[in-house]
Design a protein around this ligand. Structure first.
Ligand code: ADP
Ligand code: MG
Length: 387
């Protein structure tokens, strides 16, 4: 399937897609609504990006800004160094056909064309491949998404999931260097969804840039980066994932208060029985929670990973740390740290977050109690043997 990529003007050292201070305001009879409120965002060539956010947060509007489908109210969008809104409408449309493969949220297959013809349509539009080569190429794509047997059917004669798969095949039909997909797996069963993600991952490993809106949090494990949008603003991913009940404005305020700290593999972050004045959220890597016994008797009671937090037990209850926390042996750890004062501010500002952290504290204390019990038994067992 490897073919030469249509060339986007490459500008050395800069990003493939640059979105600068983009604002989008919709005006209609009901008044004005600002869906994007000053977005700064860039994507590098070859990135596989997941865009997540609640329904209505501005995900589709954001995609429309760099696919050239809709105009920003203000701000600038550069793709491959080209200001796409400086082009005429017709030039932009051709530019889009050559450079972007788009999977729309509602597919937008042409109802009077069969699936094969739908997939061939973009090839016709940009004049890609010899005319007699197009059906074969379109068939390969339909095969790739499991639709070769439905090729001659009209969209309405196949299931919603199959229509979505056909829309994905169509987006790949001109071998565009950038694939933009709006909830491409929303109508697929988990097996087909996973197959599509495999396909995207492979395309990105071969240099295509893929930006995918998704509702499914498990998909973000497969992408190289996650962008979180909330009420038209990009928010810090770790904060949004670790503390999802915060309002968008609190997420933004919090982003300015946290400090990023790195730890080497195996490095101690918190020592037990010391007071820790901070709340930590894990950006990358993993940490071990360790109960210290006498001498070398250590027991790892749990491991926390990306978007988990720790330090909250002591901050909420006061007192010294009940366990130590260490970067896992095999990987460095990056955390966002929040001071005690800022943590108190946050709990006061978001009672829902305070309540949910409170529940986690209860759960973790219970786990610790059980671990203590196991540990005591273990020690007695060993003692009994040596005596
Ligand atoms: P998402 O894709 O995250 O669900 P959208 O980008 O579709 O969200 O929409 C973001 C917000 O902008 C929503 O509140 C939506 O109602 C509003 N919106 C989107 N398109 C229009 C439009 N053409 N006219 C008016 N409001 C719109
Ligand atoms: Mg949408």
């Amino acid at each position: 399937m490897a073919r030469t990529q249509p060339k986007l003007a490459s500008v050395d050292g800069s990003n493939l897609i640059e979105i600068e201070q983009v604002v989008k305001t919709f005006s209609n009879a009901a008044g004005e609504f600002t869906a994007l409120r000053g977005i700064d965002l860039s994507f590098e060539e070859g990135e596989f990006v997941a865009v997540i956010g609640k329904s209505g947060s501005g995900k589709s509007t954001l995609l429309n800004m760099f696919t050239g489908i809709d105009h920003p109210t203000s701000g600038k969008v550069l793709v491959g160094g080209v200001d796409i809104y400086a082009m005429s409408e017709s030039k932009r449309s051709l530019w889009r056909g050559r450079n972007l493969g788009i999977v729309f949220q509602f597919f937008q297959l042409l109802p009077m064309l069969n699936l094969l013809e739908n997939v061939m349509l973009p090839m016709d539009y940009v004049g890609m491949y010899e005319v007699n080569e197009r059906p074969k190429r379109a068939m390969e794509l339909l095969h790739m998404v499991g639709l070769e047997e439905q090729a001659q059917k009209l969209p309405r004669a196949v299931s919603t999931g199959q229509q979505q798969s056909a829309a994905i095949a169509r987006a790949l039909s001109t071998d565009a260097p950038i694939i933009v997909a709006d909830e491409p797996t929303g109508n697929l069963d988990s097996r087909s969804a996973s197959h599509i993600i495999d396909l995207f991952a492979e395309l990105s490993s071969r240099g295509k840039t893929i930006v995918m809106v998704t509702h499914d949090p498990s998909m973000t494990k497969r992408t190289s980066r996650t962008v979180v949008i909330s009420d038209g603003v990009i928010v810090n991913e770790t904060i949004a994932q670790a503390l999802p009940l915060l309002s968008q404005s609190l997420m933004k305020e919090l982003s300015n208060k946290v400090e990023k700290i790195g730890f080497q593999p195996g490095e101690t972050i918190i020592r037990s029985k010391e007071s820790i004045p901070k709340f930590f959220m894990i950006v990358s890597g993993a940490v071990d929670i360790i109960l210290q016994g006498r001498g070398k008797d250590n027991l790892i009671i749990s491991q926390l990973g990306m978007n988990d937090f720790f330090g909250e037990i002591e901050l909420m209850r006061g007192g010294k740390s009940i366990a130590s926390v260490r970067a896992a042996a095999d990987t460095p750890v990056e955390v966002l740290a929040l001071s005690r004062e800022d943590f108190s501010w946050l709990m006061e500002a978001s009672p829902l977050t305070e309540k949910s952290i409170g529940n986690i504290v209860q759960k973790r204390l219970e786990e610790k109690k059980q671990a203590d019990r196991r540990k005591r038994k273990g020690l007695f067992g060993r003692k009994a043997k040596t005596e």
